[in-house]
Write a protein that binds this ligand. Structure first.
Ligand code: C2E
Ligand code: MG
Ligand code: MG
Ligand code: MG
Length: 287
């Protein structure tokens, strides 16, 4: 009897595996076709200066609505795109689209947005010609290098620190800004990152959710902000959802934040409306 149960469990397990494998196949196949088509879009989330409350930047986040599979989040499709190498064409499309959109906002006289951030995956960063890809996109779109910010994670940088440092230095010399994303979740520490040409540190949202009540998280964020000051880095806090959390990180001296409190990531049309709405109220304040 026990043997039968084990066997059944295994069959259920195997069926589950097959479904997962099947889904991955479908995702990679459909995603390959979606690049450059309307199924793949960018969502835009504002970046707010904590001291003034004004909008100072925007992050581009990939969105995919597949006709067959429905809406699939980047947490699911980006890792698959990395495994299959699709991330190279996907990543270049994201870069190009984000830079083009930033140029449009410039052309309409939007002065609040100092730059646009684009997420870069480990595979992309470590791929041979990443610097050339970025240069090519900047040339093609005509965006000034100083208006582009690249977000890389600690783990992407630490996988091959020498190489990552060389690539980031080359990009930084072009004028591109560099941010470390999801900071605090990796194994590196700030002293290891000191030699990298970094402009911004983005504190991972997992530290913010309980910040007003969790003493440990609060202490951690406080330490990160203090160390960032010493290294001349600007701190961006991710995932701010409440006034309480905002008050807390403001008190610690963090420079900028992103989060649902201001806005969730928006479609290009919605972001346009958001700019209009916040611009009318006050040229520098979003609320
Ligand atoms: P990320 O770059 O750290 O982006 C922040 C994520 O947190 C986004 O999820 C955003 O929608 C979400 N978020 C923003 N504010 C809040 C908040 O107040 N509360 C909560 N709970 N969440 C908030 P999203 O868009 O699902 O993206 C997830 C991750 O996927 C990104 O994390 C990034 O690592 C990756 N990703 C997204 N687009 C791209 C892309 O074009 N290329 C690459 N390589 N990775 C991407
Ligand atoms: Mg990011
Ligand atoms: Mg992040
Ligand atoms: Mg993240």
């Amino acid at each position: 009897y026990a043997k039968d149960v084990g066997k059944n469990n295994y069959q259920v397990f195997e069926a589950g595996m097959n479904i997962a494998v099947e889904r991955r196949h479908r995702i990679s196949r459909n995603l390959a076709l979606a690049i450059g088509r309307t199924e793949l879009t960018l969502a835009y989330q504002p970046k707010v200066a904590i001291a003034s409350g004004g909008i100072v930047g925007v992050e581009a986040l990939a969105r995919w609505h597949d006709r067959e599979l429905g809406i699939i989040g980047p947490e699911e499709f980006i890792p698959i795109a990395e495994d299959t190498g699709l991330i190279l064409s996907l990543g270049e499309w994201v870069l190009c689209e984000a830079c083009t959109q930033m140029k449009r906002w410039e052309a309409q006289g939007e002065e609040r947005l100092q730059g646009i951030s684009v997420n870069v995956s480990t595979y992309q960063l470590n791929h041979q010609n990443f610097v050339e890809v970025v240069k090519g996109v900047l040339e093609k779109t005509g965006l000034e290098a100083g208006r582009l910010e690249l977000e890389v994670t600690e783990s992407a940088v630490m996988q091959n620190p020498e190489r990552a440092c060389a690539i980031l230095t080359e990009l930084h010399q072009l004028g591109v800004k560099i941010a470390i994303d999801d900071f605090g979740t990796g194994y590196s520490n700030l002293s290891q990152l000191k030699r990298f040409p970094i402009d911004y540190l983005k504190i991972d949202q997992s530290f913010i959710s309980g910040i007003a009540t969790d003493i440990q998280n609060a202490a951690l964020v406080k330490t990160i902000v203090a160390m960032a000051y010493n290294l001349n880095l600007e701190v961006i806090v991710e995932g701010v959802e409440t006034e309480e959390q905002l008050a807390f990180v403001k008190n610690l001296g963090a420079h900028m934040y992103q989060g649902y409190l201001c806005s969730e990531p928006l479609s290009v049309e919605e972001f346009q409306q958001f700019l209009g709405r916040t611009g009318e109220k006050d040229k520098t304040q979003w609320r």
